[in-house]
Design a protein around this ligand. Structure first.
Ligand SMILES: Cc1cc2nc3c(=O)[nH]c(=O)nc-3n(C[C@H](O)[C@H](O)[C@H](O)COP(=O)(O)OP(=O)(O)OC[C@H]3O[C@@H](n4cnc5c(N)ncnc54)[C@H](O)[C@@H]3O)c2cc1C
Length: 443
């Protein structure tokens, strides 16, 4: 059986190690950090992730949906907190579907544990890749100060946004790469459970405090606490570049997120001590080179987190690649890799664009009455004509429709809904047959 090297034991790398391992490949994984199962791992990395339909499809494909279902918290809708402290709840789907929150470190531990349970998968921690030679099919590593060279039939770069594997490809003519920072960053604050252990916010929702150019978001943890994340521009009086101290943080929250203050006992301290992180979009093309090197996950497409799809897209990369192997076998790996790039590059670019688009929706539009009206109209049209109208959010989060097709369909919906929302008196007759017929005709 062919030998595969996977660089990086993050979510994409450990999932791929398990999946290829179950197919009988001889897999070696090299991870620069310590084993995520070790006691000291994960401090300061409280990030929660949303698992959507694509993530579940990938987990199901590998037969590991059930163990992951044990460690998620469902959310059936968005709970919007306005500046006065009023709250409103919007279900995600007319069919009662939910997204699921999961701790990134717990998820990673579980995937590493599953990969490690297979006899033909070996994991090496504290071993960092320094580059690859795609002609020779060799990856270079440094572990315990000793350089190591490993040869394989396939080298997989699953080493995240700063990928060393991708950097090796970037030196090759005709390999395309771009990186763009957005002008916003983020900072996390932890919202603990109440003293009696009960949740302080509705557990069944993703909480958003939309404030125009910035927002606070809250995603549930399994211990009834929430991870709160402020996404905001760096510039301006209330930009992250001007909010360093505990007093700055408290002043900011008093002005914009007053109702969240009682939920966070040591807010000032957290604000001052927790890091501010930047957000970048990385694109490249193709996602493979020659017959022995490929990129998956953030190494191929790092996106902003506003659709909660980076990890879902990463698992989908692996599922699509494995299905190509199922169909074509691995005797002509180059052909399989070419097909993988053909399908996944447009997907990566589309989800990068969709994620930026959702930033505007989350921080700004969800508080806009016109946007809320649009959601109501779309839900009605969908309810009456489910085969004709699937809202963009549903396509991205609750189906496996290729991201590119979802983006195109979403843009078509925008044009139609712009016309509908410009109709005189739409606020009063949005529920009428006339409006529904107009939308169906435009479709
Ligand atoms: C604030 C925030 C919120 C997010 N929310 C969501 C969400 O709700 N839903 C969602 O789907 N996605 C979300 N994401 C995106 C998600 O975290 C990533 O898309 C996902 O972690 C990518 O997985 P990966 O395995 O490709 O990369 P990573 O998770 O970055 O893993 C890469 C691994 O490679 C290792 N590595 C790096 N360099 C080397 C080297 N040279 N040698 C060996 N090993 C190396 C790293 O140590 C790491 O373990 C979010 C991201 C952020 C920042």
């Amino acid at each position: 059986m062919k030998k595969v090297i996977i660089v990086g034991a993050g979510l994409a790398g450990s999932y791929m190690a398990y999946t290829l391992g179950t197919k009988g490949y001889n897999v070696e994984v090299f991870e620069k950090r310590q084993d995520p199962r070790s006691a000291s791992y994960g401090s300061g990395r409280s990030i929660n992730l949303v698992v959507g339909h694509r993530g579940w499809t990938a987990l199901k494909y590998a037969g590991i949906e059930e163990p992951i279902r044990q460690i998620v918290v469902p959310a059936h809708g968005r709970q919007i907190h306005d500046i006065e402290g009023n709250e409103s709840y919007f279900p995600y789907s007319i069919k009662g579907k939910a997204i699921h929150s999961i701790s990134r470190s717990e998820f990673n531990k579980k995937l590493v544990e599953l990969a490690d349970s297979l006899p033909n998968v070996s994991l090496h921690f504290n071993t960092s890749c320094s580059g690859v030679d795609t002609k020779a099919g060799i990856a270079y590593f440094v572990g315990d100060n000793n350089p190591i060279e490993v040869k394989a039939d396939l080298i997989v770069g699953a080493d995240g946004a700063g990928s060393a594997v991708r950097k090796s490809l970037q030196g090759i003519p005709r390999f395309n790469f771009s990186q763009e920072y957005i002008d916003s960053g983020y900072k996390e604050v932890h919202i603990p459970a109440a003293e009696d252990g009960s949740p302080q916010l509705n557990l069944d929702a993703l909480h958003i405090w939309p404030r125009g150019q910035f927002m606070l978001m809250g995603l549930a943890n399994t211990d009834n606490g929430f991870t709160g994340t402020v996404f905001a521009p760096y510039d301006g009086e209330f930009g992250l570049d001007h909010l360093h101290t505990a007093e700055d943080g408290l002043r900011y929250f008093k002005k914009y997120f007053k109702d969240a203050i009682p939920l966070i006992p040591n807010l000032g301290e957290q604000w001052e001590n927790n890091p501010t992180s930047a957000l970048a979009i990385i694109r490249c093309k193709p996602y493979h080179w020659g017959s022995n090197t490929m990129l998956i996950g953030d190494a191929a497409h790092a996106i902003v987190p506003f659709y909660g799809e980076g990890m879902n897209a990463s698992l989908e990369d692996v599922r699509v690649f494995c299905e190509l192997l199922d169909t074509h076998g691995d005797s002509d790996l180059q052909a399989v890799l070419q097909e993988y790039s053909k399908q996944r590059v447009p997907a990566g670019n589309a989800i990068a664009d969709l994620s930026l688009r959702n930033f505007v929706e989350m921080r700004d539009l969800v508080a806009d009455p016109k946007f809320q009206l649009r959601k109501k109209i779309e839900a009605k049209v969908q309810r009456n004509n489910p085969e004709l109208w699937t809202p963009l959010y549903t396509q991205v989060k609750f189906t496996n429709i290729p991201y590119y097709d979802a983006l195109m369909e979403g843009q078509r919906h925008d044009v139609i809904m712009e016309e509908v929302l410009a109709m005189p008196g739409i606020e009063n007759n949005w529920d009428s047959d006339e409006v529904e017929q107009m939308i169906l005709k435009a479709l």
